[in-house]
Design a protein around this ligand. Structure first.
Ligand code: ATP
Ligand code: MG
Length: 229
């Protein structure tokens, strides 16, 4: 049986907006196994991005616990969090978050350079992964000279290159055409075969149905909807 990579216990997240409490995630309990490919669904504003940011350890829960590989992430210090974010978890943001002063290939290489991997090898690996997302002709372009979909593909390449255990993707195919979306999804399947775990938020019903199962958020609660397995 596959190991549990993520275990969520009584997770709550609320915000205060103009003195009013906005309860986004009410009391989530679920776990994810290594090698699962999961679609995170739910209406706009239901809390998908919020949940991904919590799992990526970019934000703290209001209460509750997130266990990553059996480690309670509430109990670990900033150093350990940075280490996990460098080596174990990557997030493809809904709004790309590319660095505007770096060109395409530099943006993609970044996670490897931060880990102090060899420059030349990182460059070659970036080139390869950029050809996979059909961007070989844009290596030296800056983000501002790319279309929205191209920027998104750079962000996907940057996240995939790190080959972390857990890949979180926030509407990774939101700006992409049908064919490119399918190619990205096929790459997710390839990563799954490498025992990577992928949790992707999406409004695309067809892609969501291709996942192993869906986690659907509504009214602050999460529900598992079994798919093809
Ligand atoms: N910092 C914040 N302060 C107050 N409210 C917030 C904050 N961040 C998010 N919210 C609220 O939390 C709710 C969930 O937002 P979130 O971005 O997680 O939704 P989503 O499911 O990702 O939506 P979409 O499909 O549109 O991307 C929204 O109603 C939003 O207004
Ligand atoms: Mg969102």
């Amino acid at each position: 049986m596959n190991k549990t990579i993520l275990n969520i216990k009584n997770l709550k997240k609320f915000f205060f907006h103009q003195n009013e409490k906005v309860e986004v995630l009410k009391n989530l309990n679920f776990s994810i196994k290594k090698g699962d490919l999961i679609a995170l669904t739910g209406p706009s504003g239901s809390g998908k991005s919020t949940l991904l940011h919590l799992i990526a350890l970019m934000e703290k829960p209001s209460s509750g616990k997130i266990f990553f590989l059996e480690k309670n992430t509430n109990d670990i210090n900033e150093n350990e969090i940075n280490k996990i974010r460098k080596f174990n978890i990557s997030l493809i943001f809904q709004n790309n978050n590319l660095i505007s002063d770096l060109n395409v290939i530099e943006n993609v290489m970044l996670p490897l350079l931060i880990r102090q991997e060899n420059y030349k090898k990182s460059y070659e690996k970036s080139k390869k992964i950029l050809s996979l997302v059909n961007l070989s002709k844009r290596l030296k372009f800056y983000p501002s000279d790319l279309s929205g979909g191209e920027q998104q593909r750079v962000a996907i390449a940057r996240s995939l290159i790190a080959e972390t255990d857990l890949i979180l993707a926030d509407e990774p195919t939101g700006n992409l055409d049908y064919q490119t979306s399918k190619e990205i999804f096929n790459y997710f399947i390839k990563l799954k075969k490498m025992k990577k775990t992928i949790l992707f938020a999406t409004h695309n019903r067809e892609l969501a149905n291709k996942a192993d199962y869906k986690l659907s958020i509504s009214n602050g609660n999460i529900k598992r909807i079994n798919g093809k397995k």
